[in-house]
Design a protein around this ligand. Structure first.
Ligand code: NAD
Length: 508
């Protein structure tokens, strides 16, 4: 790969604090690439403690008045925000895919799945309702309420620049918190645009701030005494470290990690449908999804032979193109470094003895030879002990791991260190039901290749795919960004004073 061209006048992506861009003199900056061309297209500021303090102080100042609004008024702001996103959907999708590299239709899907969480939290008055017990004891009533935490933060990965920030900011803001977003420095612009749209929708300045940065910025956020909770989504080693650091300072933390999702194909599956589903889920967004399907497990030799033949046929028909090409199935990967990492995994797979059936390395798109493109790759005869099976590749690489029985396939998915998603393709209801019951994975699809739960359920993986005990969005999102208070009340009725008691109160 040649060095990127030097670009003289670059757009800069600044922090967004208290309702506007925020700059300091001579900040550290990182480069933002155009994955289609390989050129640097912008620079993003990297926050130091000064900018983070400013963002936190702005949030601390703004949060009490926001929390004091009745929840219906907060919901109205979010409803207007939803309308603004819908109005600007095409422009947002174009901005997103220009930095990420996913094709335009997929960028719209990225925004749409986040938007559905905003729709869900427009019902926040209902979602915050507590419980009430009248007459829990003589003259005693008990009720509960959910209150915001204060200032909370979200740290998000590059691969869903709209959906994942929206997963977090929706419940956080609706519940009455102020939210500080630290998006990926690789595709940072969507975050600023979402923050601008919130201001336009009527959110008071300071209730939503965006700080950009890298590891240093995240660690400063994790140490900050005024931040009460951190929601993180990214790779597993970093998720685990964020979980430990945040917990050590007494913060509430949820940290979603990487994935290696398996698609089990039973002998009775509708093979044509399964192949269509698997190819879309493995190669959509160039495989850069935590709910991608990079491992396919045919059950039985006959299934493996037929599946492989059809997969090869379908994969050869895929079109790789620039993110603006409406005919492209997927675009470039996000950076040159990520492309090199994927190529390295393909090399290791060959060295480990897997059969490289289709090799996506060396793919060049005419006119975009320096873009971060890779063609689709397919491995067969991948074995569980191989490093390329154990680790997340996060690129357009599909691996076939053959199994002889449903039990063997189930154990493969269950024993894998990651436990985000899994899918089974079958016509057998008994097999599917048993699989869903026993498999040690957080999200299961039955003839559904990408089982990302709808906005009113919750999203979260098991094992190294998720640290912490509450999932993203749905009621878990509301629970994560609130704390419960339970009130036990008795009102004086007059009459004789009750005796002193030194015994724990019990129900009689
Ligand atoms: P990443 O872990 O490199 O970065 C995630 C965030 O952490 C970014 O904002 C980044 O700036 C920050 N960061 C980077 N290094 C850090 C460090 N040492 N300490 C603290 N913060 C740091 O992830 P990525 O490459 O942006 O995204 C891809 C990964 O995210 C994949 O592993 C994918 O599976 C995972 N992911 C998981 C889910 C999920 O819900 N489980 C969803 C999407 C993506």
């Amino acid at each position: 790969m040649n060095a990127p061209e030097t670009v003289t006048s670059l757009r800069t992506v600044e922090h967004f604090i208290h309702g506007r861009d925020f700059r300091i003199a001579a900040p550290r900056r990182a480069e933002v690439y155009d994955p289609n061309t390989g050129n640097v297209q912008a620079q993003v500021a990297l926050a130091s403690a000064t900018e983070i303090d400013r963002a936190v102080q702005s949030a601390v100042d703004a949060q009490p008045a926001w929390a004091a609004l009745n929840p219906q008024r907060r919901a109205r702001v979010l409803f207007t925000f939803k309308q603004h996103i819908e109005r600007d959907m095409d422009a947002l999708a174009a901005q997103l895919s220009a930095e990420h590299g996913k094709v335009h239709a997929d960028a719209r899907g990225d925004i749409q799945r986040g938007l559905e969480v905003i729709e869900f939290v427009c019902g926040i008055p209902h979602l915050l309702k507590g419980e009430y017990t009248q007459g829990a004891g003589s003259g005693i009533d008990v009720y509960s309420m959910r209150q915001p935490l204060g200032v909370v933060a979200g740290v998000t990965p590059f691969n869903f620049p709209a959906m994942i920030p929206l997963w977090m900011m929706g419940p956080a803001l609706a519940a009455g918190n102020a939210f500080i977003l630290k998006p990926s420095e690789r595709d940072p612009s969507t975050a600023n645009r979402l923050a601008e749209l919130l201001i336009e929708a009527g959110l008071p300045p300071g209730v939503m701030n965006v700080v950009h940065g890298d590891k240093d910025c995240v660690e400063t956020l994790l140490r900050h005494p005024l931040i009460k909770a951190v929601s993180f989504v990214g790779s597993s080693d970093i998720a685990q470290s964020v979980y430990q650091q945040a917990a050590a300072t007494g913060k509430r933390v949820q940290a979603m990690g990487g994935a290696k999702n398996h698609g089990i194909v039973m002998p009775d599956a509708d093979l044509d449908q399964a192949v269509a589903d698997i190819v879309g889920a493995a190669f959509g967004s160039a495989g850069e999804r935590c709910m991608a399907l990079p491992v396919v497990v045919p059950v039985g030799d006959a299934t493996a032979v037929q599946l492989r033949e059809r997969l090869v046929h379908a994969i050869k028909a895929l079109k790789v193109g620039v993110s603006t090409d409406p005919a492209a199935h997927f675009g470039p990967v996000v950076t040159a470094a990520h492309k090199a990492r994927i190529e390295n995994y393909i090399r290791i797979g060959v060295e480990e003895g897997a059969e490289l059936v289709l090799d996506g390395r060396g793919f060049a798109l005419r006119g975009h030879e320096r873009g971060f493109f890779l063609g689709p790759s397919l491995f067969d005869h991948v074995k569980p002990a191989m490093r390329t099976y154990q680790e997340e590749i996060f690129g357009p690489v599909l691996q076939i791991v053959r199994a002889q029985s449903l039990e063997e396939a189930l154990q493969l998915a269950s024993r894998h260190p990651y436990g985000n998603g899994v899918a089974i393709f079958t016509r057998d209801g008994d097999a599917a039901r048993e699989f869903a019951d026993r498999v040690e994975v957080g999200m299961v699809g039955i003839n559904v290749p990408i089982p990302v739960p709808v906005a009113y359920h919750s999203f979260g993986g098991w094992k190294r795919s998720g640290f912490g005990d509450l999932n993203q969005y749905g009621m878990d999102g509301v629970r994560f960004f609130t704390r419960a208070k339970i009130v036990t009340q008795r009102w004086p009725r007059g009459g004789p004073v009750a005796d002193q008691s030194f015994v724990i109160p019990t129900l009689r």
